[in-house]
Design a protein around this ligand. Structure first.
Ligand SMILES: NC(=O)c1ccc[n+]([C@@H]2O[C@H](COP(=O)([O-])OP(=O)(O)OC[C@H]3O[C@@H](n4cnc5c(N)ncnc54)[C@H](O)[C@@H]3O)[C@@H](O)[C@H]2O)c1
Length: 370
């Protein structure tokens, strides 16, 4: 097939491009080489020469028109991801960009056979919990007052009692922040317009994806990068809250296989699927795993900071994609070992997160509890 990969110069996109080329597909990339991920505006060396590269922005109609010429299928990964308060940019890039894709296909009657959009576990917000008294609950964002009091666990919205986190399936979303809302609106465009105009479309809700090539400069790229860079400079990893948050880290290789599977399997059409590891780990356990892999006996610190808007626990239920024959293969230990080896080999490692953190502190995204 002739496949367009938007965001193909980025982390998940480039691994997917590699797998598609290995399988004999013809690949075209549309990417704007956007900062901060590509701070020098240069094409990363890992982008394969066999892929055709178009420099362009998914907010630009002409860029899409060029990119969609003679294409059979599209992976749409280009996105704006951050914690900043430029709300409109999330919707311009992630939502309007996706609407443009469908608009151009419908207006020009392009024979696109499949579109896969990259959605996110963030669409679930706090996800699914069980209250012993009131059953399954989808709690709202924890309040600032609650977090300032260091009451980290969400309370039952009905009785105010304690709850147990459950693995979150695809049935209900609860997006809390600008990024999550933009990703959910992207999904709705893809699945609803796809169904209406007979363009087979799939939305994949990735949990926290980890692996080599994950930019050091992407504030959204998760703790593996942040903890690794801190430890490489002999600084302690800083865990927000009490470090007991449950998370679900999935290897980029497992994600690339999930992408290719839904491209090929018509049973996936018109649906959203979770793509996660199938396992939960606390943030503090993960920090210890990374320190061990780096051979740095530095204990994580918990200075009582929190990031307002973060979810307490979020682990995806992956039964739906498993039913199509996909299975995550890479363990947390293997994810960490592969990333650490890659990070050590990078010439430009710096504690980039320190800058992002200063900005988030200044803007009140990161706060300190009483
Ligand atoms: N990495 C994760 O943990 C994760 C989790 C859930 C969802 N996702 C989604 O997966 C997709 C890929 O994420 P990633 O981690 O590979 O990100 P990334 O930042 O590494 O790659 C994104 C690429 O998109 C390009 N891009 C950004 N804005 C663009 C624009 N306006 N026009 C054209 N290109 C643009 C960037 O230059 C970059 O190469 C995104 O849609 C993201 O929302 C990622």
């Amino acid at each position: 097939m002739r496949i367009l990969v938007t965001g193909g110069a980025g982390f998940i996109g480039s691994h997917t491009v590699d797998l598609l080329l290995q399988q004999g597909h013809t690949v075209r990339i549309l990417d704007s080489l956007a900062p901060p991920v590509h701070s020098d505006g240069k094409m990363p060396a890992y982008v394969p020469r066999e892929a055709e590269f178009l420099l362009g922005d998914v907010r630009d109609r002409a860029a899409w028109e060029r990119a969609l010429r003679d294409i059979d299928a599209v992976f749409h990964f280009a996105a704006y991801q951050d914690y900043l308060t430029d709300f409109s940019k999330f919707f311009h890039v992630n939502t309007v960009g996706t609407a443009l894709l469908y608009e151009i296909i419908v207006e020009n009657k392009l024979p696109i056979r499949k579109i896969v959009v990259a959605s996110s576990q963030a669409t679930y917000g706090e996800g699914k919990y069980a209250c012993a008294r009131d059953g399954v609950q989808y709690p709202p964002l924890r309040s600032l007052e609650q977090l300032m009091r260091r009451e980290w666990e969400p309370r039952c919205p009905v009785c105010g009692g304690a709850m147990q986190p459950l693995d979150t399936d695809e049935s209900r979303v609860n997006p809390h922040n600008q990024y999550a809302m933009s990703k959910y609106t992207q999904e709705m465009i893809a699945l609803n317009l796809g169904r209406r105009y007979d363009i087979p479309s799939v939305a994949l809700r990735f949990s926290i994806v980890q692996g080599p090539r994950q930019s050091f400069r992407n504030a959204y790229s998760g703790v593996l990068r942040i903890f690794t860079t801190r430890l490489l400079f002999d600084r302690a990893p800083i865990c927000y809250e009490d470090g007991q948050q449950l998370r679900d880290y999935v290897s980029v290789h497992d994600v690339a296989r999930a992408n290719v599977l839904v491209l090929q399997d018509p049973r996936a059409d018109g649906q959203a699927f979770n793509v996660g590891s199938g396992h939960a780990i606390t943030v503090i356990e993960y920090a210890r795993l990374i320190a061990r892999a780096l051979g740095k006996p530095i204990a994580p610190e918990m200075p009582g900071q929190f990031r307002f808007g973060d979810t307490r626990h979020i682990v995806s239920d992956i039964a739906k994609l498993r039913a199509l024959g996909w299975e995550p293969r890479v363990s947390f230990e293997e994810i960490v070992a592969e990333y650490v080896a890659w990070a050590r080999a990078q010439p430009d490692v710096r504690d980039y997160y320190a800058d992002a953190e200063r900005e988030m502190l200044a803007r009140g995204t990161i706060r300190k509890a009483q």
